[in-house]
Design a protein around this ligand. Structure first.
Ligand SMILES: NC(=O)c1ccc[n+]([C@@H]2O[C@H](COP(=O)([O-])OP(=O)(O)OC[C@H]3O[C@@H](n4cnc5c(N)ncnc54)[C@H](O)[C@@H]3O)[C@@H](O)[C@H]2O)c1
Length: 265
């Protein structure tokens, strides 16, 4: 009898750590990873009780509160994750991110620093620490960064965020290039304008943002969080095993053209 094909999305036995995993997109990703068999450690800055409310109760899910902008906290997070997972995570999703919108000429410098700190520095610290541990133990590993379509197309009023995602795209490629000899892969997923989390907050509270976003998505609707989670599922799965240095744009076509009022019908 012919052997049934193995499910190429099967994550059984896999150990995944995700920063910022209690947020809107993170929760969708975590559910996908659990559904496909992985053990998952979620990191966020939320207090334990708030995280417990945000996340599903699951025997393969644990939560570790830590601020990933802090070097010592990142080491503590990796120690805790390794204990909880019974081994180093094989996949680390550097996913935490923040946004704030202001006209570029008035962008508060504190907000600039905060955005760079979380979106770039924290991702760098987590990726660096995980990579060092994989190399020390001679283990393979995989980094998955969360960038955004605005890495390539500057969305108005979030200049530091655009720049942070461009920096993260570059970091993805640097980690991929330097660490390939250690069999450490680094890729990124660049979502579009998602109907959840930070974009949904702006959609709900900023009429100008909403009008612009409605014009900007060729597919014509906000990206469902599950559609983002599907791409991350592919990225962490064996199907993506030959990918390194790849930035997978999944944005409903948003990055196909500029969205300024006078250039969009
Ligand atoms: N929502 C979108 O449209 C969209 C589009 C493209 C990319 N993204 C990216 O996806 C990621 C998640 O965004 P989201 O929409 O789910 O936002 P979100 O605000 O719902 O989630 C972000 C999470 O990161 C956590 N966080 C912030 N600082 C942290 C720190 N120092 N250490 C650990 N955790 C921290 C927050 O507490 C929050 O739970 C971000 O990197 C964001 O840039 C979002």
């Amino acid at each position: 009898m012919a052997k049934a094909a193995q499910n190429p999305l099967d994550l059984s036995g896999r150990r995944i750590l995700i920063s910022g995993g209690a947020g809107a997109l993170g929760r969708a990703m975590v559910s996908r990873f659990l559904d496909f068999g992985a053990a998952v450690v979620v990191n966020d800055i939320l207090p334990d009780d708030a995280a417990a409310k945000a996340l599903p109760a699951h025997d393969r899910l644990s939560y570790v509160r830590a601020d990933t902008t802090d070097e010592a906290e990142v080491e503590r997070l990796l120690d805790a994750a390794s204990d909880l997972l019974d081994g180093l995570p094989d996949t680390v999703c550097c996913h935490a991110g923040v946004v704030e919108a202001h006209p570029v000429q008035r962008f508060p410098v504190q907000a600039f620093d905060r955005i760079m700190n979380v979106n770039v520095r924290a991702a760098f610290l987590l990726a660096r620490a995980a990579s060092q541990r994989w190399i020390d133990r001679g283990e393979e590993g995989q980094l998955v960064f969360t960038t955004s379509w605005v890495q390539d197309v500057p969305w108005p009023e979030i200049a530091p965020y655009n720049a942070s995602k461009a920096a993260l795209k570059s970091l993805t490629r640097s980690f991929a290039r330097e660490l390939a000899p250690y069999r450490i892969r680094a890729n990124a997923v660049a979502p579009g304008i998602v109907g959840a989390g930070m974009a949904k907050r702006q959609w709900d509270t900023e009429p100008e943002y909403r009008a612009r976003a409605q014009r900007a998505i060729p597919l014509g609707y906000l990206q469902p969080p599950d559609a983002v989670a599907d791409v991350f599922l592919f990225m962490v799965s064996p199907l993506a095993s030959y990918l390194t240095g790849s930035v997978l744009v999944a944005d409903g076509g948003a990055s196909l053209y500029p969205m300024d009022e006078d250039t969009v019908e």
